[in-house]
Design a protein around this ligand. Structure first.
Ligand SMILES: [Zn+2]
Length: 491
């Protein structure tokens, strides 16, 4: 330590933590020293009181920390107002300056990293948020969503073994260059919302299939005959919807095509992976209805044993689908509610004397939502309405089937089903979903990981929402540095 000599005394006025809202000022008389080292640029320096003063500070450390905490929580204007009210006068700029000057939290090694973008200015400027998926904490904010920026960050912060990101694009490229050894995982949340987008365009293209065809009521004066027809129609409808009917049609076509090409039963069985007896049945049938007639008589609807009971109840005036479903379930029915509702629909229409008012066509977004919702979470009305749409349009029916299979693969993490799912979708005439499967193939490894590994950045969405909230408090002026500090430190 240099030898020093007292040069004088001077007064320092410090703001300390307020007491019960009253401003506290500390008046200090401290010594000023002169440095005796020749050529020292400081020349003089002031005495510091440990725990109370620091060079040039207007606040005691405690007051300073409070100012910073207020700044983190409320930023400029609101923070300054609160600080003033509780006896810690600090202008807006002081608050912002102190928040910006805070050092970053210690990041440490992040093994499982989530990455996503967020809007800095809505629809125009995007930033990137990085999240430690083990600790669930935001790790950093980047001012753009360029591959190079992300790659640079990864290079400066090595250690990521798993990178959970949205589909392909800049983050995939950034991860490849910045952390070539990390396993890339296509995030399940993004996979699903991606699929949802394509489902919506599919539904939009089938807009004309959504409207209910006009109901004709010629037989209105013969309610009994109407009722019988309705029963038969309902039975046919529920029969037609069953999966094995669809399979039978597909198989019949496949077998007959090979037969026409001169292929025998045994090689067909090998090629299609079917039992020889099954192939023989389709091979010899004159039409698919021959095959189906047998199945229809033999198996019928799962509802068959309860059909007389339901008809009787409807005739007695009990038409509430949920109630009737409950009743037959108590009697041992194990099928779904949708089957019951489909069966009841024409019964209820036929049983009532007034013609039902024509229903407006459901909106594209509504039908999309129905298709994307887990069947158990749809109420009776929506289940029925969806069922009607799917009965009218086989493309939407196929789409709904693929969505269900995808949801099961996604939630049950059955990555092994991915290629089969892609093949099944590609076999159908669904151009929008084909765009989705092409995207899956382009990013195949990461998608497979996303459908197999436990990692997912669902929590990234929570952080993105928190960023939005913080940004809103900043009166739309999202100063990036300030936003970054507040996201990283304000928890
Ligand atoms: Zn259609």
């Amino acid at each position: 330590m240099v030898s020093e000599r007292v040069h004088g005394r001077y007064r320092r006025r410090l703001v300390d933590a307020a007491i019960a809202g009253a401003q506290v000022e500390i008046d200090l008389l401290v010594r000023r020293f002169r440095c005796l080292t020749a050529g020292c640029p400081r020349v003089t320096f002031a005495e510091q009181v440990a725990g109370l003063t620091s060079p040039h500070a207007r606040y005691t450390p405690l007051a300073g920390r409070m100012i910073e905490a207020i700044g983190l929580a409320l930023a400029g204007r609101a923070g300054a107002r609160l600080a003033g009210r509780i006896g810690l006068p600090a202008g807006r700029n002081t608050l912002l300056r102190r928040v910006r000057a805070l050092s970053d939290p210690q990041i440490g090694a992040v093994t499982v990293l989530g990455v996503d973008d967020f809007a800095l200015r809505r629809g125009r400027v995007y930033g990137t948020v990085l999240i430690d998926l083990d600790s669930h904490r935001p790790v950093d904010l980047l001012p753009d969503r360029e591959a190079a920026t992300f790659a640079g960050w990864l290079a400066e912060h090595p250690g990521a073994q798993v990178i959970c990101r949205d589909r392909a694009g800049a983050y995939a490229e950034g991860a490849r260059t910045g952390a070539p050894d990390a396993v890339q995982v296509a995030d399940r949340f993004h996979l699903w919302s991606n699929l949802a987008g394509y489902v919506e365009t599919t539904v939009a293209r089938h807009r004309s299939c959504l409207a209910q065809p006009p109901v004709t009521h010629e037989a209105a004066d013969e309610p009994r005959a109407d009722l019988d027809n309705a029963v038969a129609a309902a039975r046919d409808a529920s029969f037609e919807q069953r999966a094995f009917v669809r399979h039978a049609r597909e198989r019949y076509t496949a077998v007959q095509e090979l037969k026409a090409a001169g292929v025998g039963i045994k090689p067909i069985a090998a090629r299609l992976g079917l039992a020889r007896g099954t192939v023989r049945k389709y091979y010899r049938a004159a039409s698919v209805d021959d095959v189906l007639a047998k199945a229809r008589d033999g198996r019928g609807s799962i509802l068959r044993p309860w059909e007389p009971y339901l008809t009787e109840r409807v005739n007695a005036g009990i038409t509430n689908g949920s109630q009737l479903f409950q009743e037959i379930r108590d009697q041992g029915y194990t099928g779904s509610k949708a089957v019951v509702l489909t069966y009841l629909r024409p019964l209820r229409a036929g049983g009532s004397t007034a013609a039902p008012a024509p229903q407006p066509a459901p909106k594209v977004r509504t039908v999309t939502r129905w298709i994307l919702t887990h069947p158990e979470h749809l109420d009776e009305q929506d289940t029925l309405a969806l069922q009607q749409v799917l009965t009218r349009c086989q493309d939407l029916r196929k789409t709904a089937g693929h969505v269900t299979a995808f949801a099961q693969m996604l939630t049950g993490r059955h990555g092994d089903r991915l290629n089969g799912w892609i093949a099944a979708v590609d076999a159908d005439d669904l151009p929008e979903l084909h765009r989705f499967t092409r995207g899956l193939l382009r990013d195949h490894d990461a998608v497979l990981n996303g459908l197999t590994l436990p990692h997912s950045s669902g929590q990234v969405e929570g952080t993105v929402n928190r960023i939005k909230m913080i940004k809103r408090q900043m009166y739309g002026r999202a100063n990036f540095d300030l936003l970054r500090k507040r996201v990283l430190l304000a928890t």
